[in-house]
Design a protein around this ligand. Structure first.
Ligand SMILES: [Mn+2]
Length: 430
């Protein structure tokens, strides 16, 4: 096993912090015991929690207007893997990478797999890209891809998705995630029904090429780059497409892809009920698809989503195994720090949701006791589970204080020397 940051440094930092952590952990353990909860079992759940890191998240994202790159940014997928290894070594909960094609395509996938294997990293869902044109591409996606009016463009987009599956097989992935930018910018530009019919036919063609042990996840998005209508606009279009396409085709929920104030946790519940919840792209949002760091603005919403997920597990809901992934754009932070933070914040929501007294909640719901039902959720949310998360990291030889340890390692400064800026103009959002 190869570690990008010295395990000795991590151990040294952890040794300094362990006495205080143990006191906090014991105090929380006593408090939880009075509430009928076992801190060891919760810590084991925290240790088992895992969320995938998107390969593109390791670079500075930027906006539609500009991108201000940071130093030592990864220049290719091999360097992205190294950064992902840092995130996993510090957080202890990000053992998989989600690649994006063709951005991350290589000539030799065996070499790439061997590279990730040495860091103990696996590969999560593979993402196709038919929302931009590639240099060697025959036909343009300017007016759409899977739903394009021209059958030849649709065939090209389907073929790309099938190619992505082939690359994913070589990495050991089991999920294809499909998001298209297809839609319209003017009323009347596109016939809603015909465009959706064309999309469904293309989705089915991709599904035909899906291996039997794979799932296909459809991601909806309300707007951008199409600003009047998008073909897979909302969870309604999404679940309809998933139901039409096939049993192993499911919906993916990106937290930023809804209208402001939409009740996302209720959407999650509906998708669970109909066995169509494929997974998540976690991030946070103030105005639209802001791609802010997970839990940075709406930690209670994130907790309420995990409340639904834990509830489904508690009820042993059939066919429930959603894939978790971060999907953020980092404009002003070190992407490694943001991804470490966000993974921990999602893990925090999960552990807090495990604290909910589900029997009490059900009774309050049945008694129409609204305030006590709400307070039951709040009691879980207001509990500081930081000692559980820190102890889980310590037990997995990750860093008790992830960001301090990462900064002390000087990894970014070393990367800046090893990965000199190639210069040239940098585009906006990628
Ligand atoms: Mn997304």
């Amino acid at each position: 096993m190869k570690y990008p940051i010295s395990p000795d440094l991590v151990a040294e930092k952890n040794d300094q912090l362990t006495p205080d952590l143990q006191k906090d952990f014991d105090a929380l353990g006593e408090q939880l015991e009075r509430r009928g909860l076992n801190i060891q079992a919760l810590t084991e759940q925290a240790e088992a929690f895992d969320i995938a890191v998107p390969s593109w998240g390791t670079g500075t994202g930027g906006t539609r207007f500009a991108r201000f790159p940071g130093v030592g940014e990864p220049r290719n997928i091999f360097e992205k893997v190294e950064d992902c290894a840092v995130i996993n070594q510090m957080s202890g909960c990000t053992s998989e990478i989600s690649p994006h094609f063709p951005w991350d395509a290589v000539d030799d996938f065996t070499e790439l797999k061997a590279h990730s294997d040495q860091y103990g990293l696996g590969w999560s869902s593979v993402n196709s890209n038919t929302f931009q044109d590639q240099p060697d591409q025959e036909r343009s996606y300017k007016y759409g891809s899977l739903s394009h009016a021209d059958a030849a463009v649709r065939e090209q987009a389907v073929a790309h998705n099938l190619q992505v599956i082939e690359w994913g097989k070589q990495l050991g992935s089991k999920v294809l995630t499909v998001w298209v930018g297809d839609g319209s910018n003017h009323p009347g530009q596109q016939h809603f029904q015909r465009a959706f019919e064309r999309y469904l036919a293309s989705a089915k063609a991709i599904y035909q090429g899906l291996p039997n042990d794979w799932e296909m996840h459809i991601e909806h998005k309300m707007f951008e780059p199409a600003f009047y209508s998008t073909v897979i606009q909302d969870w309604g279009s999404n679940i309809l497409a998933a139901m039409e396409t096939g049993e192993r085709c499911k919906s993916l929920v990106d937290l930023g892809h809804h209208a402001p104030n939409v009740n996302i946790e209720m959407i999650v519940s509906r998708l669970i009920q109909f066995k169509k919840l494929g997974g998540f792209h976690f991030n946070d949002s103030k105005y639209g698809d802001d791609d802010l760091d997970s839990g940075s603005l709406h930690p209670y919403q994130q907790f309420l989503i995990f409340n639904e997920l834990v509830d489904a597990e508690h009820r042993k809901q059939e066919g429930f195994a959603p894939a978790y992934m971060l999907d953020q754009s980092h404009n002003v932070t070190d992407p490694i720090e943001s991804l470490i933070n966000s993974a921990t914040e999602v893990q925090r929501s999960f552990i807090k949701a495990l604290l909910v007294d589900r029997n009490a909640l059900e009774n309050y719901q049945n008694d129409n006791d609204a305030i006590m039902a709400s307070n039951t959720l709040k009691a879980a949310f207001n509990t500081d589970v930081s000692p559980i998360l820190a102890m889980a990291r310590k037990n997995k030889n990750a860093a008790i204080d992830s960001l301090a340890t990462y900064r002390a390692s000087g990894y970014r400064q070393q990367a800046a020397k090893a990965r000199p800026d190639t210069g040239g103009s940098r585009s906006g959002i990628v």
